[in-house]
Design a protein around this ligand. Structure first.
Ligand code: ATP
Ligand code: MG
Length: 306
């Protein structure tokens, strides 16, 4: 692999090839069990150092693209991250966005909804923090929890204060449809959407939990609730599969990213984002002849000072 030594355009082409196998734009027949969480594509653990270098290159490209995004102030980018606990959402977000100007990037983590959240429709808390034009918005969990954790634990649905007549058998299909429609609306408004499911295996999650228990510096990351959620693993996998099937679209694709190897996960995520943003063909705003005159006048004024 010669990833790190590539020119910009070669890198971008590589990003396209590299992320494409994990991208779903139409997933009606998608089966989660066909995706191996331990997959590292054409790479092996020997490629790890180079993969890390490639990630650094990707992060630099992303930083450059984000400058243009900000200057142009037309598009916004929404990146959604979903995963089981300890799949590496936080680390992926941290590494992939590490080069980006903090002013151009907004991260929101969605935990269990507050009383105020529950007094509104379920999209409310997410829609009010959508990224502004020129910004990258990251949702660490999202409204997808409404068809994941809420589907796995149906008592959560009861707490949502919905009129009982609206809680029907088709509620999940209704939600998928609403999510598809809202995402289409956002895309039509210039918000580019990319969704990532970091797919870790149950075995690897156990290993990471044990590591959190064994290592005092990682104890803070451990929550007993996470082990309880593990019991519902199969229900979660079913809910993820159904949600991905119903909401992977051409304009708002899902990436199902193997997540047992963090170095690989991060590279796929970075490549997918670079590829998507590059497709916008962002350029710095051009200066009109009128503006050029203004700039010349400003220069003359500065030069005329003592
Ligand atoms: P970390 O554990 O790394 O801090 P996290 O995203 O797992 O990150 P937690 O505070 O552990 O954060 O968990 C948030 C919990 O909130 C998750 O179990 C998630 O399923 C739950 N949650 C998120 N959105 C909703 C929702 N709309 N309804 C009910 N529960 C939700
Ligand atoms: Mg957690």
């Amino acid at each position: 692999m010669e990833f790190a030594k590539l020119s910009l355009s070669e890198w971008i082409e590589r990003c396209r090839e590299f992320s494409a196998p994990y991208c779903l734009t139409d997933a009606k027949k998608f089966r989660l069990k066909d995706v191996d969480p331990g997959d590292t594509g054409e790479l092996t653990s020997e490629d790890k150092p180079e993969a890390r270098e490639a990630l650094v290159a990707g992060v630099e490209i992303l930083a450059e693209l984000q400058e243009r995004l900000y200057a142009q102030d037309r598009w916004a980018i929404l990146l959604i991250f979903q995963a089981m606990d300890a799949a590496g959402k936080d680390g992926a977000i941290k590494h992939v966005m590490s080069g980006v100007n903090p002013q151009g990037c907004q991260v929101h983590s969605f935990k269990a909804p507050s009383a105020e959240d529950l007094d509104h429709d379920y999209l409310w808390r997410c829609l009010k923090v959508l990224p502004e034009r020129g910004r990258i918005g990251i949702f660490n969990r999202s409204y997808y929890e409404e068809v994941l954790v809420v589907r796995v634990h149906k008592d959560l649905l009861k707490r949502q204060k919905l009129p009982p007549s609206l809680i029907t058998k088709s509620i999940w299909d209704d939600r998928y449809e609403d999510i598809r429609n809202v995402e289409r609306y956002l895309v039509r408004n210039g918000i580019l959407i990319r969704k990532f499911f970091l797919h870790v295996s149950k075995k690897e999650q156990k290993r990471r939990f044990l590591e959190r228990l064994d290592n005092p510096d990682k104890n803070w990351k451990f929550s007993a609730a996470d082990v309880r959620e593990r019991r519902y693993w199969d229900d979660y996998m079913h809910a993820y599969e159904e949600a991905i099937r119903a909401t992977a679209t051409k304009s708002a694709p899902w990436y199902v990213v193997p997540a047992n190897h963090k170095w690989f996960t991060r590279l796929v995520v970075a490549a997918a984002i670079v590829e998507a943003v590059e497709n916008l063909h962002l350029a710095y705003p051009t200066v009109s002849s009128e503006q050029k005159k203004e700039l010349a006048a400003a220069r003359a004024e500065l030069m005329a000072e003592e």
